[in-house]
Design a protein around this ligand. Structure first.
Ligand code: PHE
Length: 350
């Protein structure tokens, strides 16, 4: 019996030596200490022995069983530890690794310009107002001193919807609206950025483009107020060194009317291809609100006066960011747009 027990120990030692995974441990358990395992088998072989031997060998076999259990337990424990170690190793975060770059979107140059224009005028106490793109002929033309059949209509190739409605050709329509809607006839200080439409399409013209309108109606407003305001505006948008020049012009809704030029920001006024060697670039149209427009808006021109201006947002964006073709602003090429993720100052040509 002793030999049998010893050989079982030797067999166990050999079997358990290289056991290092869950399945093998389970097999070892079943084989030696399972219900129908070798230990049970050995125990049952004691049944025909006398009482003394039964006791002695019974104890011995139990001891061996405890040894086996201890070995198997240890194996299970070290396996669990190894698994835990491996898991921890896998889940380690190396904080010194460079982070993943998050791709940031950028504001469209158009929106950047609108934000800047709004910031400037809001800081001067102006309201930002809105108007519909589908306008009435009355607001877009008649109330701006352009009656039906007036030749000035030809200058703006209009998309008519029917006799009464059209796609607005100019944000000036919002001048007429604002004056009408201001029932108390209090002073007005407003700007209105928005889309306008004309039947036009080439490298410098698009059938849809952006304008920003400005209107001030108050008492004792003079051309000097207009000049001072637009000078500040030009410097703010195009740089401190920008010079401003006023030329006489014509718009049916302003009298006198002016065209405002700025010194060429590319050559500084010396003359280059951009300014066609003149040193100046046309920026906007403006003037003192025509008395007829004031009257039609319900303001007595003997009491009230005002100025208005209108400029192309596309033009401003093209000047400010040196964009050579207006169509870049509308084709939404991501490579083009990504350039505007940078800070404003980096995009302004100096
Ligand atoms: N609406 C004019 C245009 O589209 C610009 C303008 C606005 C001129 C206000 C004078 C006053 O050309």
């Amino acid at each position: 019996m002793k030999d049998k027990i010893q050989s079982l120990q030797t067999q166990f030692a050999a079997d358990s030596k290289n056991v290092d995974d869950r399945m093998a441990i389970q097999e070892l358990k079943t084989k030696y200490i399972g219900k129908k395992g070798l230990i049970t088998e050995l125990m049952s072989s004691l049944k025909d022995m006398d009482k003394e031997d039964k006791k002695t060998y019974g104890q011995l076999i139990n001891q061996v069983r405890t040894e086996f259990v201890t070995v198997i337990d240890e194996k299970e424990k070290s396996l669990a530890q190894a698994e835990l170690d491996r898991k921890l190793q896998e889940e380690t975060i190396d904080v010194s690794l460079p982070g993943e770059k998050i791709k940031r979107g950028s504001l469209h140059p158009f929106n950047r310009i609108i934000e800047d224009v709004e910031d400037f005028f809001v800081s001067m106490g102006y309201d930002v107002v809105d108007g519909p793109e589908l306008e009435t002929d009355e607001n877009c033309f008649q109330r701006l001193n352009v009656p039906l059949g007036h030749p000035a209509r030809d200058a703006q190739d209009t998309f008519y919807i029917d006799e009464e409605y059209l796609l607005r050709t100019q944000t000036s329509a919002v001048q007429a609206r604002t004056m009408q809607e201001n029932k108390e006839k209090t002073p007005i200080r407003m700007i209105c950025p928005g889309k306008v439409y004309r039947r036009d399409d080439d490298a410098t013209h698009s059938h849809q483009f952006g304008q920003v309108e400005g209107l001030v109606v108050d008492k004792d407003i003079s051309l000097a107020d207009l000049k001072g305001t637009l000078e500040l505006f030009a410097k703010k948008m195009l740089g401190e060194n920008t010079k401003v020049r006023f030329r006489p012009s014509f718009f049916p809704f302003t009298e006198p009317s002016v065209e405002v030029d700025v010194s060429c920001f590319k050559c500084g006024g010396k003359g280059c291809t951009l300014c066609k060697q003149t040193g100046w670039i046309e920026l906007l149209g403006a003037g003192m609100v025509h008395p007829n427009v004031l009257s039609m808006g319900g303001y007595d021109p003997k009491v009230w006066s005002g100025f208005a201006f209108g400029t192309g947002l596309d033009r401003l964006a093209m000047f400010r960011y040196a964009i050579p073709d207006i169509r870049y602003l509308y084709t939404n090429d991501v490579r083009f747009l990504e350039q505007f993720a940078r800070k404003d100052e980096e995009n302004v040509i100096k």
